[in-house]
Design a protein around this ligand. Sequence first.
Ligand SMILES: C[S@@+](CC[C@H](N)C(=O)[O-])C[C@H]1O[C@@H](n2cnc3c(N)ncnc32)[C@H](O)[C@@H]1O
Length: 258
Amino acid sequence: MVDPIREQWEANSQAFAELIGGEGTPHHRSILNPCIEGLLGDVQGKKLLDAGCGEGYLSRFYATKGAYVTGVDISPKLIETCRSLHDQENLEIDFSPGSICDLSEFSDCSFDVVLCNLVLLNTPCLDEAMKEFHRVLSPGGMLVFSIVHPAYDFYGPGSWEMGEKDPTTNRRKGLFFKVDHYFDEKEYQKYWKTRDGEKFPHPISFFHRTLATYLNSVGNTGLVVTRIEEPKPSGDDDFFDRENRIPFFLVVKAEKAL
Ligand SMILES: C[S@@+](CC[C@H](N)C(=O)[O-])C[C@H]1O[C@@H](n2cnc3c(N)ncnc32)[C@H](O)[C@@H]1O
């Protein structure tokens, strides 16, 4: 059976890899990456699963920090991109196509760290993925995942009321954020744009869920949430006026008991 999510990312693989550009968008670099690095701490010698690795920029980054990295992604084309980019950097990483909803190719307790950056909001199988993360983690291991903040879900029921374009940042001013139907958990489809403003070839599915649904899904596995972050942009760049007023991302750290 054709998996529609896989088809979306296959169709968008090139556009997505170009958008990430080897190191992430300004949102990744200024908001998410420093937060994730702080939560993961020292990864030297740790076995790290990059669950939904995309074009692999986090896999490459944590391999340079001494982790033994395995990257899994549902899109075989993105896995090919991962392989070609990591060949260029000469790093030891295993990349394999697969779904985070079924990690049966990995045995129980085979990772110290599971990192799942901006993937769960694109997958219908939240509970299955959480169970798999718990299963493949070693006792004492940690899960760090990020999502677009469910309470201000720009890819779901929320949106900014926009003002004029600010000529210095080239972004439209956010007047206020509006959200409604927060409790309606459903799929939204949106097109992303390339850095040149072209539409991606295929719309992307975003599964809006409440904050309680995410946190209860973690707790139901037995993982214990030990930290929640709503990271702000580093520095005071006017470009991030909106993200300095309302959190764009939510990052959660959870741990498996010893
Ligand atoms: C927004 S991208 C994030 C990629 C990467 N983690 C990053 O930070 O650049 C979402 C990724 O999730 C992958 N994906 C979606 N559903 C998946 C699933 N069930 N299993 C594995 N990967 C999945 C997509 O192919 C895509 O690469």
